[in-house]
Design a protein around this ligand. Structure first.
Ligand code: IPM
Ligand code: MG
Length: 357
């Protein structure tokens, strides 16, 4: 296959981890006889520095013209004083929306080799867990009406959560479809005891559930879900939830797997073009020091091969290489305690994975 991949390296550790994923993708292409071309575009703080805005039109056009997009991370203290609509994070929302990526898949599974890094007790983890968070990505409070107005106590700021049946149905179908390929359980998470938008969410999910009789459906309030994730994560298979709840619960899910440096994500829409990125941020504190864990981005590359291009053998090869390297005891700093010897650098970890490939 010949594929054009847009690279949005972004800020902080973004460039290092994207370079790692590109090296792994190139090795995979060579091994399986594909040709991948990579074109970088600016996004986030680096785009503000160069062009004055976080998401230049050239970046949007470049992504739209590519077969898929690999993203590092955006943001950092340097751009904290930017006004709300010109912050690096705004570019992330802008590109998700411009590419129509309403689905965000965030798998959280416990790697047996990283068991020690999980803060959960043995009796809670048992034989491990494997959760797929299906987060709605282009609606809800992230995109709702916002601004300033005069309120009861003077000037106030507001943001609005709004969901249409159409938006709920399309993310719901992705969740049920995903569950059909896994252990056939969907838990929809909302705050229907308080929010009107959640009541519509729940009603719509219930209606969809009837179309998928093989799937065991349940719903849960988000506060309870936050508790259940650390009390008994094994109970979850597919979780489907709104943009903001998904943002929060996916960070929690990553922490119970041991490290946020391990978790990949896929953002998908109606076409095969997706955007793939680690769920962690730009980690400005370790940027440029070759200390970052590249695995989440490397695994995002594997997700791209699987979800955008149907190259499952290639994706398996990358995932197996990561498993083997972890099983052999190799660790970046985030995956080890302070007394366990010298961690691998970002480039060393990348080389180990490429060696196994
Ligand atoms: C994420 C991030 C983003 C989000 C931020 C940086 C806008 O936290 O991808 O989880 O909230 O979606
Ligand atoms: Mg987040």
């Amino acid at each position: 296959m010949e594929l054009n991949i847009a690279l949005l390296k972004g800020d902080g550790i973004g460039p290092e981890i994207v370079d790692s994923a590109v090296a792994v993708l190139e090795k995979t292409a060579a091994k399986f006889g594909h040709k991948f071309s990579f074109t970088p575009y600016l996004i986030g703080g680096c785009a503000i520095d160069e062009t004055g805005i976080p998401l230049p039109q050239e970046t949007v056009d470049g992504c739209l013209a590519s077969d898929s997009v690999l993203l590092g991370a955006v943001g950092g203290p340097k751009w904290d004083d930017q006004p709300g609509n010109n912050r690096p994070e705004k570019a992330l929302l802008g590109i998700r929306s411009a590419l129509g990526l309403f689905t965000n898949l965030r798998p959280a599974k416990l790697y047996p080799a990283l068991r020690a890094a999980s803060p959960l007790k043995d009796e809670i983890v048992g034989k491990g867990f494997d959760i797929m968070i299906v987060r709605e990505l282009t609606g809800g409070i992230y995109f709702g009406d916002r601004g300033y107005r005069n309120g009861k106590y003077g000037q106030e700021a507001y943001d609005t959560e709004a969901y249409s049946v159409t938006e709920i149905e399309r993310i719901g179908r992705v969740a049920f479809g995903t569950a059909m390929k896994r252990s056939k359980r969907v838990c929809s998470i909302d705050k229907a005891n308080v929010l009107e938008s959640s009541r519509l969410w729940r009603k719509t999910m219930h209606r969809l559930a009837e179309e998928y009789p093989e799937v065991e459906y349940s719903d849960m309030f988000v506060d309870n879900a936050a508790m259940q994730l650390v009390r008994d994560p094994k109970q979850f298979d597919v979780i489907v939830t709104s943009n903001m709840f998904g943002d929060i619960l996916s960070d929690e899910s990553s922490q119970i797997t041991g490290s946020i440096g391990m978790l990949a994500s896929a953002s998908l829409g109606e076409t095969s073009r997706g955007m793939y990125e680690p769920i962690h941020g730009s980690a400005p504190d370790i940027a440029g020091q070759n200390k970052a864990n590249p695995i989440a981005t490397i695994l995002s590359g594997a997700m791209m091969l699987r979800y955008s291009f149907g190259l499952s053998a290639e994706a398996d090869a990358i995932e197996n290489a990561v498993d083997k390297v972890l099983d052999a005891g190799h660790r970046t700093a985030d995956l080890m305690g302070s007394s366990e010897g010298t961690p691998l650098t970002c480039t060393e970890m990348t080389e180990k994975i490429i060696e196994v490939l």
